[in-house]
Design a protein around this ligand. Sequence first.
Ligand code: ADP
Ligand code: MG
Length: 359
Amino acid sequence: MAQISLEKIVKRYGTVETIHGVDLEIGNGEFVAFVGPSGCGKSTMLRMIAGLEDITGGRLKIGDALVNDVEPRGRDVAMVFQDYALYPHMTVGQNIGFGLKMRGEKPEVIREKVAEAAGILQLTDLLDRRPGQLSGGQRQRVAMGRAIVRKPKVFLFDEPLSNLDAKLRVEMRTQIKRLHRMLRTTTIYVTHDQVEAMTLADRVVVLRKGEIVQHGRPLELYERPNCRFVAEFIGSPQMNILPGEVIAGDRGPALSFAGGVIALDHITAARGTKVDIGLRPEHLLLSLPHEADFSVEVDVLEELGSDTVAICMLGGREITMRMGAGDALDLPKVIHLRFDRKKLHVFDAQSGARIEFTA
Ligand SMILES: Nc1ncnc2c1ncn2[C@@H]1O[C@H](COP(=O)(O)OP(=O)(O)O)[C@@H](O)[C@H]1O
Ligand SMILES: [Mg+2]
């Protein structure tokens, strides 16, 4: 196992800079997810750590060694990709053991290690099959088997589940989580899927345009996003955003939005500041008209069984709320909503930065 240290990591292709000086420390045995929209630099980061891509600037350490100029095979990392790149003419067992064979391991050692990996990944009965005779999920497990037999210091995953259907993706997620619990190998997992990142990782690193915008435990990001981008990226259904303004209230600062005024004790933004108010769908509660913060028109109901998502209209704007399945029965066209003041998120409308307040 090993810790990984990124210091001011930069990547340039010719004159175009795509990674702009990333600093990050990853602990020994930690499971970290890199998440962000397509093109934000996740794969580039991972490939630089793997040694598949030159590092233009900065320092990369794995364990105590500076590895900027170390060949991929000298870094003792194993990478699993979205397309598994299995050898079609080899059996599952041969595919898993191929790296060991190339390293010149003895056949009996290879057999033992392959058997161990196959056991962990529930591939024991499939060792004599060829990749063409396997399902997508089984192929992905073979690709993981190939990585784990090498007992690397670090696992690197680049969107390994993207080609699988939704059900299998969830199953494989659980498998990867179990695998990490068992092996405790330092892991970096790249995905554009925030649910995957949130459910798998000890720590989620949100990337945007070649920079880290925030990193933290999944719930830290969910409960205290440091900017509007993270707030909207993390959580499903997405956080509602409403335009508002900091105003002078009767007895102190206040927020004006959605046709109402919310009194505050304190806010770290001047009066007149234009803000974006964030409210998560599950923090909007059905209420009686006289206790409501605002009223909305129900447009579409998505009944998920366990709960119901209501997409409503407030003026011309969509507001999504989540309620218990039972609460959605016989819902009138116009419903009244309230929210706990403490659940509000406030962002500067211009910069998107989080603004702190007490209410
Ligand atoms: N070989 C390359 N030459 C030039 N630009 C590249 C190359 N590879 C990736 N990029 C650019 O770097 C940025 C990050 O790409 P990538 O790391 O693949 O994003 P992600 O994996 O987050 O979708 C993108 O803007 C992409 O166009
Ligand atoms: Mg990618």
